[in-house]
Design a protein around this ligand. Structure first.
Ligand code: NDP
Ligand code: MG
Length: 395
């Protein structure tokens, strides 16, 4: 019998983390949970530890770690509890770990995800912000360490499935004309433009097709999510921004498509459930049951497509500009967006101001090439400061 894969789930208490654990629980012979991390949902982290009995858990700080350690010891578990970014990096790079699910949201996931990459792990990438921020450096680290990087984002996982195995030779070399990135258009696809100033965080988080964390739900409503995904796709598939076209497809059944020079267009379809890409990446190149019900095409009945409206979705244009500028621009875009989304969720910013704030931060400085992760983090900090200043001027 082959030994079970040891999996580290970073961001275990979140939407992707829980879907990952749901898949793992279906295949106890194939996968064992080696480490789990959480941040604010500590009772959930404790419950997950009791259920999956990992070797390590990672809490946000020393106090939370001590409390969790005592609770787990009290329950007879020998789980070691670490804390903070250092703890996350330690478990991600641990010699006994085979696969790391990178499912922390936002820039907080950058260093732990990179630690997994640098240790040459099989890295299941959900934390798109990490790749958006540090693109070239991240991909260099993948090549240097020999890490296996598999996309979890449903669109990128779909593209990966529609590409030939040797696509890293270059998209043109394998006959790809363009990549079609599908987007649902989110909850405000048809909301009258003049009403967007009054939409609430609850409305923004009520995604029509997917159930996700709050930050990515707001990103989907503004279509910044598709902008981040465009940048993510450029790095994953070595594509130029112009080779990637965004297509609104409200049913979220086609998860993306690849258009070849001979006129063939390959698509990956499925129910909108993240357990499909998670299972695909966990088991790749094999296939395993994910718990997702079979796609019922008769129930779907129709598939619609439309071009995105840039007036409605200015974040998409801003992300394309940042992708074309390169260097520090995507890290600044991401940082400004994180501040804007948090402020919107806190009701300190109106929905259309998300794009205005990001635009202002991006215009405040020209992009420069990035030589190190420290330079990326410095650009992230400057953008957060500028976004904070914008908030105090407009708040
Ligand atoms: P959630 O908000 O549901 O989960 C985020 C996870 O990160 C939680 O475990 C959270 O802990 C943890 N976390 C939050 N802040 C920090 C921090 N500062 N340090 C360490 N850990 C932290 O998000 P999702 O699961 O929806 O998304 C996770 C990532 O996957 C994002 O990058 C997102 O873009 C990407 N993704 C998600 C999809 C989805 O369907 N949900 C689809 C495609 C990509 P806690 O909850 O305990 O606070
Ligand atoms: Mg996606």
């Amino acid at each position: 019998m082959i030994a079970a894969q040891q999996v580290c789930v970073l961001g275990a208490t979140g939407s992707i983390g829980l879907s990952t654990l749901d898949v793992i629980a279906r295949h106890p012979d194939r996968y064992q949970v080696f480490a789990l991390s959480g941040f604010s949902r500590l009772a959930e982290l404790q419950a997950l530890c009791l259920r999956f009995r990992p070797c390590f858990a990672v809490a946000p700080d020393a106090l939370a770690a001590r409390q969790l350690q005592e609770a787990l010891h009290g329950a007879g578990l020998s789980t070691r509890v670490l804390f903070g970014e250092a703890g996350l990096c330690e478990v991600a790079a641990h010699p006994e770990v085979d696969s790391v699910m990178a499912a922390i949201v936002g820039a907080a996931g950058l260093k732990p995800t990179l630690a997994a990459v640098e240790a040459g792990k099989k890295v299941l990438l959900a934390n798109k912000e990490a790749l958006v921020m540090s693109g070239a450096l991240f991909m260099q680290a993948v090549r240097r360490s020999g890490a296996l990087l598999l996309p979890i984002d449903s669109e990128h996982n779909a593209i990966f499935q529609c590409l030939p195995g040797d696509y890293s030779r270059g998209l043109a070399q394998v006959g790809v004309r363009r990549v079609l990135l599908t987007a649902s258009g989110g909850p405000f696809r048809e909301t009258p433009l003049e009403q967007l100033a009054d939409v609430s965080p609850e409305q923004a988080c009520a995604h029509p097709n997917w159930s996700m964390g709050r930050k990515i739900s707001v990103d989907s409503a503004s279509m910044m999510n598709k902008g981040l995904e465009l940048i993510e796709a450029c790095w994953l598939f070595d594509a130029a921004p112009a080779q990637i076209e965004v297509v609104i497809h409200p049913q979220s059944v086609i998860h993306s498509l690849v258009d070849y020079v001979d006129g063939s267009v390959l698509a990956q379809l499925g129910n909108p459930d993240m357990r499909t890409p998670i299972s695909h990446a966990l088991a790749w190149p094999q296939r395993i049951d994910s718990g997702v019900p079979p796609l019922d095409l008769f129930a779907v009945a129709r598939l619609d497509f439309q071009a995105p409206d840039e007036q409605r979705f200015p974040c998409l244009r801003l992300a394309r500009q940042a992708a074309e500028a390169g260097g520090t621009a995507p890290a600044m875009l991401n940082a400004a967006n994180e501040v804007a989304v948090a402020a919107f969720l806190d009701r300190r910013l109106r929905f259309p101001e998300i794009a205005s704030m990001i635009d202002s931060v991006l215009n405040a400085e020209s992009a420069v090439a990035v030589e190190s992760i420290d330079a990326v983090m410095a650009a992230d900090r400057r953008a957060r400061e500028r976004a904070g200043q914008w908030l105090s001027r407009h708040g």
